[in-house]
Design a protein around this ligand. Structure first.
Ligand SMILES: Nc1ncnc2c1ncn2[C@@H]1O[C@H](COP(=O)(O)OP(=O)(O)O)[C@@H](O)[C@H]1O
Ligand SMILES: Cc1ncc(COP(=O)(O)O)c(N)n1
Length: 270
């Protein structure tokens, strides 16, 4: 039997379990990869919104990263909510020191419910420190707009944004079209070619954590040894199925079903 593959998520905790660390670990488990976590911040959050946020201090974030890399071979890393410039700097510095491979950066800025998960004044630091070490970055339309200063409303603008973000140091860029209307198309750019990742649009309000789930699925497939284009294609297939099986939980935006591949006929939530 081949060795178990290991993926690490560096992200914030979402107490309601649909996004952040919890979504990432569920995704790793569902895709057969051993998951580990470095928590950057704790959010008190439910399906209707974020109530409060506490950042952890840089020292405990550094210690979490160092003790894992000193002990365990890590096949891929996903980075989500990073909250502040100080946290970004310690993550960047330690991942470089440990020569971490297969890094996926989801440049999380604002939750779907409208709460800042990255201090707006730290956005430039995220791009400057984390994009150059990323194998893949996965901005949504809002994030791609903030990073490039562009207004992005169609596929050709998504392509242009992907080129500009590539110039900022990310090897591969996926601009996600989840917030457009019509087919859910994402654009992958590797510095040479564009690839359109097409998925059927699912009519549902339950999309809490879709970006977290997508980026951690990319990391899981990279950990498994797939090349970037194949990892992204498989992750797109996985997130589309997870959204198709999303369900209502609480009074707000419900989560996707990370384990839909395993549910038997008749045992789903309906
Ligand atoms: N309603 C939907 N139907 C199908 N795919 C979707 C839908 N909403 C988002 N997606 C897909 O989910 C992934 C995450 O995208 P998105 O929701 O835009 O990210 P974020 O959570 O960062 O805003 C992308 O592959 C996107 O195309
Ligand atoms: C801890 C944490 N990380 C990321 C998100 C983004 O997820 P969404 O955009 O679906 O709100 C979140 N809500 N909470």
């Amino acid at each position: 039997m081949s060795a178990m593959k290991v993926a690490l998520t560096i992200a914030g905790s979402d107490s309601c379990g649909g996004a952040g660390i919890q979504a990432d670990l569920k995704t790793f488990a569902a895709l057969g990869v051993y998951g580990m976590s470095v928590i950057t911040a704790v959010t008190a959050q439910n399906t209707t919104g974020v109530v409060s946020v506490r950042e952890l201090d840089a020292e405990i974030i550094r210690d979490q990263i160092d003790c894992l890399f000193k002990d365990i071979k890590i096949d891929a890393v996903k980075i989500g909510m990073v909250s502040s410039a100080e946290i970004i700097d310690v993550i960047g510095e330690r991942l470089r020191a440990h020569r971490a491979r297969h890094i996926v950066v989801d440049p999380v800025m604002v939750s779907k419910s409208g709460c800042h998960l990255l201090r707006p004044e730290s956005r430039e630091e995220l791009v400057k420190v984390l994009f150059p070490i990323a194998e893949v970055v996965t901005p949504n339309l809002f994030e791609a707009g903030v990073i490039t200063g562009m207004k992005i409303e169609n596929l050709s603008q998504m392509e242009e944004a992907a080129v500009r973000i590539h110039e900022l140091g990310a090897k591969n860029v996926v601009v996600k079209g989840g917030h457009l209307t019509g087919e859910a198309v994402d654009v992958l750019y590797d510095g040479e070619c564009f690839r359109h990742l097409r998925g059927r649009r699912i009519e549902t309000k339950n999309t809490h954590g879709t970006g977290c789930t997508f980026s951690s699925a990319i990391a899981a497939y990279l950990a498994d040894g797939h090349p970037v284009s194949e990892a992204v294609r498989r992750a797109k297939e996985y997130i589309t199925g997870a959204i198709e099986h999303s369900f209502s939980l609480g009074r707000g935006v419900g989560p996707t079903d990370h384990f839909y591949l395993y549910r038997r006929e008749g045992s789903s939530h309906g």
